[in-house]
Ligand binder design. Structure first.
Ligand code: NAD
Length: 353
């Protein structure tokens, strides 16, 4: 991929631009009355100086949240609205500079503030570059459950500079690769093989990001509100979110992608059961996920607690649990109702793997 590239989504463009010249131009053209930059404590230190320098920003307001999923809450959003009041109007723009936690809460905050102000994402983690910053889902966690409050609202644009990845902790890079693995499994055998081949290659990371974004946009552009095709992107997330919520509750937060990798293993196990596939049908994928992503540790007695999160997943219809299953690579199935006994079996399978 060239140093500068643009992907034109149906609702917004994604600019690949290492020095963020296109962002500078975008802000100039936007003629905004004020510019507010939202960071967390880490991206304020590692990423804000670069953004300010590259875009030659002289006047802006800076808002900062503590880093971590535990701060993706309504309380944090309220705190942001209070700080936005004196410095913004409906012609202001909010720049969300951070990982998925910041793009989710920043998008949510902007989407309801004064019935909606413009916002832009400048993702700084691999996960937010390939996933959280595109597609227009915003939100915060509520009552210990993931993403219970939120909106569908598109950023005006997304600007990606992989230079931000230089300061990203290794675990967070690995976390992003789990969402890439999800895209690969959903896209089919060819993408999966390419993903495995490139997994440890750093020189092709921009191409890998572009492939993942194109795949996500292809789906979200056709199903903005999660009514059909888009549901497949929740693969690994019914059980993944339950594990993530469980870890948050027990004060041992884990990167989002680690939970998704574990969730994918469980949901591949369930797929074999429900589609009567041989036990080793997804062996290659399961072993790859097991070997390349850290294991989430829980004991048998804790499974009941994890199951209570599964039972309350926001993707459930009434009491019906409907994880995304796979008939084969590239063939997701979104309409199977799965019982808690099988989910429990899958968690035990994962635990003992
Ligand atoms: N809206 C969507 O479609 C969507 C999709 C996938 C995930 N998500 C959400 O995204 C969130 C996870 O995102 P994430 O994995 O990016 O987590 P994150 O935003 O919490 O970032 C992970 C850690 O990396 C730090 N960090 C970020 N950029 C950095 C940089 N360049 N240098 C140094 N440190 C940096 C952060 O401060 C944080 O400590 C979850 O809340 C998940 O629900 C949303």
């Amino acid at each position: 991929m060239s140093r500068f590239a643009v992907i034109k989504g149906k609702f917004h463009r994604v600019f690949f631009d290492e020095k963020l010249k296109s962002l500078k131009q975008f802000l100039r053209n936007g003629n905004y009355s004020s510019l507010i930059i939202l960071t967390d404590s880490n991206t304020k230190r590692h990423c804000l100086p670069k953004l300010v320098d590259y875009c030659n920003l002289k006047t802006y307001h800076s808002l900062c949240l503590p880093a971590g999923e535990e701060f993706k809450t309504l309380d944090s959003a309220e705190n942001l609205w209070e700080q936005l009041l004196p410095v913004s109007d409906r012609k202001s723009v909010l720049i969300n500079l951070g990982g998925g936690m910041i793009t989710d809460i920043g998008g949510f905050t902007a989407s309801v503030f004064k019935r909606g102000i413009d916002f832009i994402h400048v993702p700084t983690t691999l996960l937010s570059m390939i996933d959280a910053s595109v597609g227009g889902k915003t939100g915060v966690d509520f009552a210990n459950y993931k993403n219970q409050l939120g909106t569908f609202c598109q950023p005006k644009a997304v600007f990606i500079s992989t230079e931000f990845l230089n300061s990203l902790p290794h675990d967070e890079l690995v976390s992003g690769k789990a969402e890439m693995a999800k895209h690969a499994v959903l896209n089919g055998l060819e993408t999966w093989n390419e993903f495995v081949l490139n997994f440890n290659k750093t020189d092709s990371v921009k191409d890998q990001i572009e492939t993942a974004i194109r795949f996500k946009l292809k789906i979200t552009d056709k199903d903005l509100f999660d009514q059909g095709k888009r549901i497949q992107l929740n693969f690994g997330h019914t059980i993944g979110h339950a594990l993530e919520s469980f870890c948050l509750l027990t004060k041992k937060p884990i990167p989002h992608g680690f939970a998704v990798a574990a969730g994918m293993i469980c949901e591949l196990f369930i797929s074999c059961k429900y589609f009567k596939l041989s036990e080793d049908f997804f062996n290659e994928q399961i072993i790859f996920l097991k070997n390349n992503f850290p294991k989430i540790i829980f004991n048998e007695t804790e499974i009941e607690e994890i199951l209570s999160f599964v039972a309350s997943d926001k993707k459930n219809i009434g009491t019906k649990i409907k994880p995304v299953l796979l008939k084969r690579l590239g063939k997701p199935h979104m309409d199977k109702v799965v019982d808690l006994v099988t989910v429990k079996e899958s968690l035990n399978y994962y635990r003992l793997l």
